[in-house]
Design a binder for this molecule. Structure first.
Ligand code: NAD
Length: 343
């Protein structure tokens, strides 16, 4: 499997995005977030998405030079709405995140929605930024239909991730939960197809609702199953009603949903409720208790949410980012079609 440094991928992807008529600053930001997902171990949301993004641009659905802005009419104290202008998702979601941080610092709690927003990628990156300011971050979004309802057989819901980050004492990455309300993110199926691997049992059903391990069944009308049966289904519905409807993006299964992500960003200042140091000490005690609890398997210990991403970051920063031959070929073909040399 070819392996690349983060620096090479960032530079090359930024050049591809510029060739796709993205302004330099936005290209650098988007390339950085994509490679950040690869470094965190989520190839589903890394540079392998660029060929899909190029298709969205060519179809006129992603406007590469558009810039997100805060809507003047909704600038009420602790809440705001960001218009993503159908441009790149990460700059729009980071604008909402930064505004939410500033308002939570002032008011104790703040929330934003992002509308007309394209794909924002790995949702964990936004709550990580909030937690870096010693605030609690919650970000969720709906996305295009790919998940069948509990007991249903037609794809209706998005994979609808929920990310929550809680800050820790200095020197520790936040406790970070960042996961879809489906069994896995839909893009993980694309990664399996690229590697020629079957889908684990219990992930998908085909278009007639039958369980299958053939990932192609998903791309021909099948659907992902909700995480944990009725509970993941319930969470997925709530994300549609919160992030989808409140943002104005609509619910994935209603006719007016235009694709991309409807996004809800929230930040909470812990010291609105107790002294920050007391909270951080309690978080530390909770983390230590969990980490110190006995594991079922003697070869691996109990991990905190977010630790797998930290482990992947250390490993990939040191040894490079592996990419399947098929994923690299798609990126290579796109580079050739845009006249961008691979150097
Ligand atoms: P996942 O199942 O790989 O991980 C979910 C969470 O579980 C993570 O917080 C991880 O740290 C934690 N975890 C994993 N193994 C663990 C272990 N052994 N012990 C403790 N915690 C553990 O995530 P996923 O559902 O496949 O989602 C992957 C990515 O896809 C996420 O970054 C998500 O934001 C992104 N996503 C984006 C969209 C979008 O439309 N923008 C949609 C869906 C998913």
């Amino acid at each position: 499997m070819p392996t690349f440094t983060a620096t090479f991928l960032k530079t090359h992807v930024a050049r591809l995005l510029v060739a796709l008529e993205t302004p330099d600053d936005l290209a650098e930001l988007v390339a950085d977030t994509l490679v950040g997902a690869n470094l965190a171990g989520h190839d589903s949301h890394g540079v392998g998405l660029v060929p899909e993004y190029a298709q969205l641009i060519r179809a006129g659905r992603l406007k590469p030079a558009a810039r997100a802005s805060v809507e003047a009419a909704t600038g009420m104290l602790a809440t705001l709405a960001v218009d993503g202008a159908s441009g790149w998702g990460p700059p729009a979601a980071f604008l909402a995140t930064d505004q939410t941080i500033a308002r939570a610092q002032q008011f104790g709690v703040a929330a934003a929605v992002v509308r007309r927003c394209q794909h924002i990628g790995r949702v964990g990156q936004y709550v990580e930024r909030i937690a870096a300011q010693q605030l609690i971050g919650i970000v969720t979004c709906n996305s295009s239909s790919g998940v069948v309802p509990f007991g249903g057989r037609q794809r209706m819901l998005g994979t609808n991730p929920i990310a929550i980050a809680v800050p820790r004492q200095a020197g520790h990455a936040p406790v970070l939960f960042d996961g879809s309300t489906s069994v896995v993110a839909g893009n993980k199926l694309r990664v399996l197809v690229e590697k020629g691997l079957p889908t684990p049992e219990g992930w998908i059903v085909d278009r007639s609702g039958q369980a299958t391990t053939d990932p192609d069944s998903f791309f021909t009308g099948g659907g992902l199953l909700p995480l944990g049966g009725h509970k993941g289904y319930g969470l997925g519905v709530m994300v549609e009603l919160l992030a989808g409807l409140l943002s104005g993006a609509s619910a994935a299964f209603l006719p007016d949903f235009a694709g991309g992500n409807g996004v809800l960003v929230m930040a909470i200042r812990p010291d609105a409720f107790m002294p920050l140091q007391t909270y951080l000490e309690q978080v530390e005690a909770a983390c230590a208790a969990l980490k110190g609890s006995p594991s079922r398997d003697a070869t691996c210990s109990v991990l905190l949410p977010g630790e797998p991403e930290q482990i992947a970051r250390r490993e990939r920063a040191a040894n490079g980012i592996p990419m399947s031959e098929a994923a690299w070929q798609l990126l290579h073909n796109l580079s050739e079609s845009l006249g961008v040399a691979v150097t």
